[in-house]
Design a binder for this molecule. Sequence first.
Ligand SMILES: [Zn+2]
Length: 286
Amino acid sequence: MFRKKRIALLGLMLESNSFAPVTGRDDFLSRLYVAGIEMAEELRKDESKIPAEMHSFCATMDMSVEWEAAPILIGLVEAGGPIDHDFFAQTLHDMKGRLEAAMPLDGVYICNHGAMITTEDRDPDGDIFEMARSVVGKECPIVATLDLHGNVSDRMIAAVNLVVAYQTNPHVDMVARGREAALAMSSMLSGLRPVSAIIRLPVCPPTVTLLTDKGPYADLMRYGQARSGGEIMNVSILGGFAYADTAKNGLCVIVTARSDRAVAEAVAQDIAEYAWSDYRRYDPHL
Ligand SMILES: [Zn+2]
């Protein structure tokens, strides 16, 4: 019998400055923190608070696949300090219970920022990615979108099939990246299983050097995106967020190939070498 593809939607978006005051439940509630039916209602609103990339993901899925959304939980707040650990743990637990209840699922879309820390943990984005994988199993496609200020851990990459990061700073390409994530999900629902290579450089660029109209990061972004296409499904180059102050900080190159791991690794290496050859330009001259 025909059954619509069921795709879970979830995310918790926070850019944490390690040295700023704690971000708590009230901060999220004042901006966006909805789950289940409430989240479904928010998704349907014309002037919704749902992140633009998640909206775009859903709109693109509507046009490409017979699907239904399984709204899990979405939280969003302005950049702040570390998230209160107990609140994060409760949120993760809630997400897990709702994901389990939503099974069987055909896919998962995670909409995170990527530079969140908690008052006790330096990789809560990795916790969310791994939790999702643990619930849906290793065959179920998972795609994630991230801000280019995200700090990516190896376990984040290991847990999902594809990471799609913003390519513009200031950020104006959320709609394009949401669309890209949905088209990738559509391909994965047809059997594609992409493979990713990640190289993290020992460079923590100051935020003032991460603009994408001109400067070293703009040049790197152009160099990397020129390699996207054909076997290369996505090139994501994250400048990261220095003030999250984590062991996973560092300019990060993620290359995803449609199936050929060796090609992904070679292209990632080439882009990383270009970045390294240019690293002195990330020294800010204020
Ligand atoms: Zn950002």
